[in-house]
Ligand binder design. Structure first.
Ligand code: FES
Ligand code: FES
Length: 151
């Protein structure tokens, strides 16, 4: 199966039903994408497929044939750079485990909405859980990123 992964064409030999999460982590060593629940409940495994935030634990490798997958390791470009800078500026992470998924979800949001309201942020990020309760800093960092992107 052929996919585009972080801008590079990759040939993957696997059961088409195998979750993308395990292809990324176990087969390709891209461990920035985290396993949390395996049931689309936590968002730790969030990646982008054709620019949309999806749950890699519930997406099979067969679902992404000839599509563009981007993981936290390959999140480049203006929006990604600004989001990552805002996360650093506001010191968002605590333990850090959920943060790759949070960052990918935030990039997905700002790709489609450059000035999200609190309600729009809460709605877009509601599927990304944080056991360390960094939600207020995540929201502030998204506003900061939106401010920089709009400057
Ligand atoms: S591990 Fe995929 S949503 Fe929790
Ligand atoms: S920073 Fe620890 S789970 Fe979110």
């Amino acid at each position: 199966m052929r996919i585009t992964l972080n801008g590079q064409t990759r040939e993957i030999e696997a059961d088409p039903d195998k979750p993308l999460l395990w292809i990324l982590r176990d087969d390709l060593g891209l461990v920035g994408t985290k396993y949390g629940c395996g049931q689309a409940l936590c968002g730790a495994c969030t990646v982008h497929v054709d620019g949309q935030a999806v749950r890699a634990c519930q997406t099979s490798i067969g679902d992404v044939i000839d599509r563009a997958v981007v993981t936290i390791e390959g999140a480049f470009g203006r929006v990604a750079e600004v989001v990552e800078a805002s996360w650093t500026k506001l010191d968002v992470p605590q333990c850090g485990y959920c943060q790759p998924g949070q960052v990918m979800a935030a990039i997905g949001l700002l790709n489609t909405n450059r000035k999200p309201s609190d309600a729009e942020i809460d709605d877009a990020m509601s599927g990304n859980l944080c056991r360390c309760n960094t939600y207020q800093r995540i929201r502030a960092a998204i506003h900061e990123a939106a401010r920089v992107l709009g400057a």
